[in-house]
Design a protein around this ligand. Structure first.
Ligand SMILES: Cc1cc2nc3c(=O)[nH]c(=O)nc-3n(C[C@H](O)[C@H](O)[C@H](O)COP(=O)(O)O)c2cc1C
Length: 438
C-alpha cells in the first residue's frame, strides 16, 4: 500500500484572486465579502486537506514601469484584506483544517504577532499556522516607515532573532498554567507564567504574553524562502515549507538539502514537511483536460504584461526595461527580493527569449505538470512523489473558482483517496498532529 501525502492550498491573496473567473458568483460586486474563501475552506476540509495558506503582501505593486496602473487595473494582489481577518473567518467556518495566514517580520513587532497568532490558535482550537516571511519589497518597507528593507541575508539573521522572541513569548506559559480551579477560585497558576525579558540586537520584549498559551504550545510555522539562507532558516524553524521548483530532480534536491540541514540543526527531518506548488488541470476526459490546458496557456499568452508585472513585484525588477525577445541569459537580473524564485526562473529560462521563458516558468503548470482526468492526475502526483521522496503538494490554481475548487475537493482528492494517497478522515483535532500523522 503506498503511503499518503499531505495536501495544502496556497491561496494567492484575498478577495480578488477569482476576478475574471467564471463559476464563482458575483465576485466583482461582492469582492469584500468572505463567502468565497469560507466556502473554499469548507470544501478543502471536506477533502481533509492539511491546510490552507493565505499568501500576502502589504503594498500596491509599482515595479512595472514605475506605476501602480497595471496592478490596480488587473487586480494583481490588490485590493487584498488583512489575512488575520480572513483567517479568523475561515477558522469560524471550519473545525479541522489548518489555517495559515502570512505575516512579515518587518510589519509586526514580535509581541503583536505572538499575541495575534496565539489568539487565533485559541479561537480555532489549535489549528493555526504562521507563514513566516521576511518581506521582499522596498515599497512595502516604505508603508511601515522604513526607507528600504534590510539586505536579503540580514533579513534572515533578524528573523532568527525574531523567532527567539516569539518562541519565548509562546513558551511564557508553561503547560498546566491554566488551572481553572473552581474550588480555590484560581484561574491561572502564577508560578507557571514567566517574563521573557529578551534583549537582542534588533528586538526587545518583556512578557509574559497576556493572551495566554497557544493550544498547540507553539503554532505551526510555514516558510517559503528557498535561497540557501532561506533554507537554513526553514530547516531550523519550519514545520512545513512552501516550495516552488520546476521538475522532480530539482524538487528532490531541494527536499534532500532541507532535510540534511534540519538533521544538522538537531531536528528530525520527518518533522519538516516540504509541499510543492502545483496547478492541476482536470477534465472528465484526457481531451477535455488538454483543451482546458491549451485555453489556460492561450490566456497566459494574452497576459504577458500581467505575468511580468507579478514577477517584477516579487523580485523588484522593472521588466518594462527589457525586450521580450532578448535571451534571458543576456539580461542582468538581480534581486533583493525572492532570490530563489529568480534563480529558478533563470534555470528554467536558459537561453530562451524573455517572453517564452516567462510563459514556460509562470504560464501554467507549477512544480510538475498535472493534466488529465482526476484518476490520471492522481497517478501523476504519485509518480512525482515517488521520484521526490515526499511530502506533498500545495494546490495553487491560476483559474481558481468555486468550480475548480470543487474539481479538486470532490474529484481529484477522492481519486487520491482510492489509491491510498490522501487521508479519508482527520486523525487528530490539532493542526501539527495532523501534519505529523504520516
Ligand atoms: C512559493 C513562495 C511563496 C511565497 N509567499 C510569500 C508571501 O505570501 N508573502 C511574502 O511576503 N513573501 C512570500 N514569499 C517570499 C519568501 O518568504 C521570502 O521572503 C523570499 O522568497 C525571499 O527569500 P528567498 O530568497 O530565500 O527565496 C514566498 C516565496 C515563495 C518562493
Amino acid at each position: 500500500m503506498p503511503s499518503p501525502f499531505h495536501l495544502g492550498w496556497f491561496l494567492q491573496g484575498s478577495s480578488v484572486q477569482a476576478w475574471g473567473e467564471p463559476w464563482t458568483g458575483a465576485i466583482g460586486r461582492d469582492w469584500m465579502m468572505p463567502e468565497l474563501f469560507c466556502d473554499m475552506a469548507r470544501s478543502l476540509e471536506r477533502a481533509c486537506f492539511d491546510y490552507v495558506l493565505i499568501e500576502d503582501s502589504s503594498y500596491v505593486g509599482e515595479s512595472f514601469g514605475g506605476s501602480t496602473e497595471v496592478y490596480l487595473k488587473h487586480g494583481i494582489a490588490v485590493p487584498r484584506q488583512d489575512p488575520a481577518i480572513t483567517a479568523t473567518l475561515m477558522a469560524a467556518a471550519t473545525t479541522r483544517i489548518g489555517i495559515v495566514p502570512t505575516f512579515a517580520t518587518f510589519t509586526h513587532p514580535p509581541y503583536l504577532l505572538a499575541r495575534m497568532i496565539a489568539s487565533l490558535d485559541q479561537v480555532s482550537a489549535g489549528r493555526i499556522g504562521w507563514n513566516m516571511v521576511t518581506g521582499s519589497s522596498d515599497v512595502a518597507a516604505r508603508n511601515y516607515g522604513l526607507d528600504r528593507l534590510p539586505e536579503h541575508d540580514l533579513r534572515y539573521d533578524m528573523a532568527d532573532e525574531y523567532m527567539q522572541v516569539v518562541n519565548g513569548l509562546w513558551d511564557s506559559w508553561e503547560p498546566g498554567a491554566i488551572r481553572a480551579d473552581e474550588e480555590s477560585g484560581a484561574l491561572v497558576d502564577p508560578t507557571k507564567v514567566h517574563a521573557v525579558d529578551f534583549e537582542g540586537r534588533w528586538f526587545r520584549t518583556h512578557g509574559p504574553l497576556n493572551s495566554g498559551p497557544c493550544p498547540q504550545g507553539r503554532p505551526v510555522i510555514a516558510q517559503a524562502g528557498g535561497s540557501p539562507r532561506g533554507r537554513q532558516f526553514a530547516a531550523q524553524y519550519a514545520d512545513t515549507i512552501v516550495a516552488s521548483i520546476k521538475g522532480t530532480a530539482g524538487m528532490k534536491a531541494y527536499r534532500d538539502d532541507v532535510r540534511a540541514r534540519a538533521a544538522a540543526a538537531g531536528r528530525n527531518p520527518d518533522h519538516v514537511k516540504v509541499l510543492y506548488l502545483v496547478n492541476p488541470c482536470l477534465g472528465e476526459t484526457r481531451e477535455e483536460a488538454e483543451a482546458r490546458l491549451a485555453a489556460r496557456k492561450a490566456r497566459a499568452e494574452r497576459q504577458v504584461p500581467q505575468l511580468l508585472a507579478f514577477f517584477g513585484k516579487i523580485t523588484n525588477i522593472d521588466f518594462t526595461k527589457y525586450d521580450l525577445d532578448a535571451p534571458v541569459d543576456t539580461l542582468d537580473l538581480r534581486t533583493n527580493g525572492h532570490q530563489q524564485s529568480l534563480d529558478d526562473f533563470r534555470r528554467v529560462a536558459g537561453k530562451k527569449p524573455l517572453r517564452e521563458a516567462l510563459l514556460a516558468y509562470r504560464g501554467s503548470s507549477g512544480s510538475v505538470e498535472l493534466v488529465g482526468t482526476p484518476d490520471a492526475v492522481a497517478g501523476q502526483m504519485a509518480e512525482a512523489m515517488e521520484a521526490v521522496g515526499g511530502d506533498g503538494f500545495l494546490i495553487s490554481m491560476s483559474d481558481v473558482s468555486r468550480r475548480t475548487v470543487a474539481e479538486v475537493a470532490d474529484g481529484l482528492v477522492p481519486a487520491l483517496q482510492r489509491r491510498g494517497l490522501a487521508r479519508r478522515a482527520y486523525a487528530h483535532a490539532q493542526f501539527r498532529d495532523n501534519l505529523l500523522e504520516f
